[in-house]
Every structure is written in C-alpha cells, then in structure tokens.
Unconditional design. Structure first.
Length: 79
C-alpha cells in the first residue's frame, strides 16, 4: 500500500498521495477537511478520507508534517 505493486497502481500508493499532500501544504497550512477538498481537486482521481488519513499518518510518522491546533503544516527543521 505504501509503494505500488502488481495490485496497487502508482496513483493509489501512499507515496504518491503523500507527495501531493506536501505540494498542497507548501502553499498554505490547512485543516484536514480543507486539505481533503483541495486534494481531490488537484489529484488525478478522487480518494476517500480514510486513504488521506493514512497518508497524513505516514507523513507524520516520517516527521514531514506536524499538527498545530488541528492545522496541518509542513515540518521544516532548521539545521
């Protein structure tokens, strides 16, 4: 599910969905419901909210995004 395979198309993989989420969040921080609407406008095909939440969890676990009072933001670490 994270990567594409014989049964999972690349557009359905969490990697592809997560990359699009990061592109959207580069322009504006937003809550999950707004991110869901924006994602389905921009992505190749519509996804359900469960798949979006899985991708958000993946990005959070890999420390790419953070939650700030229910607003999702890109986690930019300064070195």
């Amino acid at each position: 599910m994270i990567l594409s395979s014989k049964t999972i198309q690349p557009v359905d993989s969490l990697i592809s969905i997560s990359a699009t989420i990061l592109e959207i969040l580069k322009t504006k921080n937003m809550p999950v419901d707004e991110l869901f609407e924006e994602f389905n406008k921009k992505y190749y095909k519509k996804i359900n909210i469960e798949k979006l939440i899985l991708a958000i969890n993946f990005l959070f676990i890999t420390n790419n995004i953070k939650d700030n009072n229910e607003i999702i933001t890109i986690n930019i670490q300064q070195s």
